[in-house]
Design a protein around this ligand. Structure first.
Ligand SMILES: CC(C)(COP(=O)(O)OP(=O)(O)OC[C@H]1O[C@@H](n2cnc3c(N)ncnc32)[C@H](O)[C@@H]1OP(=O)(O)O)[C@@H](O)C(=O)NCCC(=O)NCCS
Length: 187
């Protein structure tokens, strides 16, 4: 499923690979950035949390029902970590996966996450042969909504007070795309 360089899938500009020890500092820097954590569950992310998260991800295999696997997104030319994307294989229905994504602030606005997620979706539907991909986003997260709609994911639900974020219930949109919809789009 991944090649000898720990790469799962790639495009011209980026690779989606397993996390490596050298990613810890960059991962910590963007996770601790206030602009990144606004719509995320964590607060005051520490270097120690980043270190143990990366070390733990290095030992994991993607697509185990009931688990989350975090892929590193790195530049093809330099192998610099620029962000990450995650798949959550549902325990109750492993043919459906949930995705999530983050890009370091200095690498936003260049289309990297669109490129990474297009490649990840192709990998999920072809290599992993999944039936459906879903994603949840805070309804206030305009950048995330733009990313999902640019991928032609459909908004299939508005879930009221669905998520406890920093002491407040927040509404989420659920987006989705079926394998058949993705295949039709490609042809
Ligand atoms: C959500 C997030 C990943 C979006 O990042 P992003 O940089 O806006 O998304 P992309 O990498 O796809 O870049 C798209 C932007 O780059 C622009 N762009 C510039 N050069 C481009 C190129 N060569 N190709 C494509 N787009 C390009 C696009 O016009 C677009 O800008 P716009 O949205 O203002 O129209 C980022 O805001 C983030 O990490 N947020 C914090 C974490 C988070 O909330 N995650 C979502 C949880 S569900």
């Amino acid at each position: 499923m991944k090649n000898a360089n720990n790469v799962f899938t790639r495009t011209n500009r980026i690779v989606i690979r397993q996390f490596e020890l050298q990613d810890i500092e960059a991962f910590y820097q963007y996770r601790a950035n206030p602009s990144i954590e606004t719509y995320q569950s964590w607060e005051n992310y520490t270097y120690e949390q980043a270190e143990s998260f990366v070390q733990q991800q290095m030992t994991q295999t993607p697509d185990q029902p009931g688990t989350w696997f975090q892929y590193a997104i790195a530049l093809s030319k330099s192998n610099q970590l620029v962000g990450d994307c995650v798949i959550h294989t549902l325990d109750s229905e492993p043919r459906i996966v949930e995705i999530g994504f983050t890009l370091a602030p200095e690498f936003q606005g260049k289309g990297y996450i669109h490129e990474a997620l297009s490649s990840l979706i192709e990998y999920i539907f072809t290599t992993l042969n999944k039936h459906k991909i879903i994603a949840f986003t805070d309804v206030r997260n305009e950048k995330s909504i733009r990313v999902l709609e640019r991928l032609d994911m459909r908004r299939e639900g508005h879930l009221l007070q669905n998520y406890m974020s920093k002491g407040h219930w927040v509404d989420e949109y659920q987006y989705a795309i079926l394998q058949s919809e993705w295949a039709a789009k490609r042809h």
